[in-house]
Design a protein around this ligand. Structure first.
Ligand code: 1GP
Length: 246
């Protein structure tokens, strides 16, 4: 697929990538969003992720995707449920919440989604999604995640490697949107060592360029930020520029 090829090429060129997350629930005004996204793309963000755990309605997602289509970066759906699917996106992260206690979030929702994704012809990015840390966030609660504490990276590495061996092209370590603590660099290092060249995405609670760089240097290929974009756009732009210089 085009989006996968683009991501892979950027990483092989030695780059660290940045994805900007738009949570449809938080979007109040599409004109403001257009300006924000343009600023993020100018700063060098590599893709726009669209999704959230709650209060997501397919029509809202489509409106956001339409705005991303005006920009030079791909729109990637990041669905918290089947309501997060939209027909006009460039790709969809096929998330399997590997450490969920509920089979629905591992393969059930995906079975509802798969025929729709096929019909719409969306590019699929197969992603092993692992919720880590001990904070109770929307994703950990809604996804019934069996939380992996930050002092047990080897457990996370085992899940991540299982995902890789089951054919997933991406492993996403998620501390949860707005998490009080981001994934520690040492945790990232242990997981990356296990999965080697499988693409590692890290997000949740990243609010400064120092932290983003530490996580990237520890082995994350892609850094995701969401909340900081809404709260402090200048800071988000700084994070992107510091990763761009890598
Ligand atoms: C959530 O990892 C992302 O899925 C982003 O988290 O909103 O804390 O940046 P933040």
């Amino acid at each position: 697929g085009k989006v996968y090829t683009y991501i892979k090429r950027e990483i092989e060129d030695g780059g660290k990538l940045h994805f900007s997350l738009v949570d449809p629930e938080k979007v109040l005004n599409l004109e403001d969003l257009r300006k924000t996204l343009r600023a993020l793309v100018e700063a060098g963000t590599n893709a726009i992720l669209i999704g959230g755990s709650l209060n997501v309605f397919n029509e809202d997602v489509e409106k956001i995707v339409d705005i991303v289509e005006e920009l030079e970066v791909p729109s990637i759906l990041f669905p918290g449920s089947i309501a997060g699917i939209a027909k006009n996106a460039d790709a969809i992260m096929m998330l399997s919440l590997l450490n969920s206690d509920d089979v629905y979030f591992i393969v059930g929702a995906q079975a509802y989604a798969a025929p729709i994704i096929k019909r719409l012809g969306l590019e699929v990015l197969p992603t092993g999604y692992i919720v880590v840390g001990e904070a109770h966030t929307s994703v950990s609660i809604m996804g019934r995640a069996r939380m992996i504490p930050f002092d047990k990276p080897e457990i996370c590495a085992a899940y991540a490697l299982a995902g890789k061996y089951m054919g997933m092209r991406f492993i996403y370590l998620e501390a949860g949107s707005g998490a009080p603590k981001p994934v520690p660099p040492e945790f990232v290092r242990v997981v990356k060592k296990a999965i080697e060249d499988t693409i590692l995405i890290v997000g949740g609670g990243i609010r400064s360029s120092e932290v983003a760089l530490e996580i990237a240097n520890a082995g994350a290929d892609i850094i995701v930020t969401g909340t900081i974009i809404e709260k402090d756009l200048e800071r988000a732009i700084k994070i992107i520029s510091s990763l761009r210089r890598k």
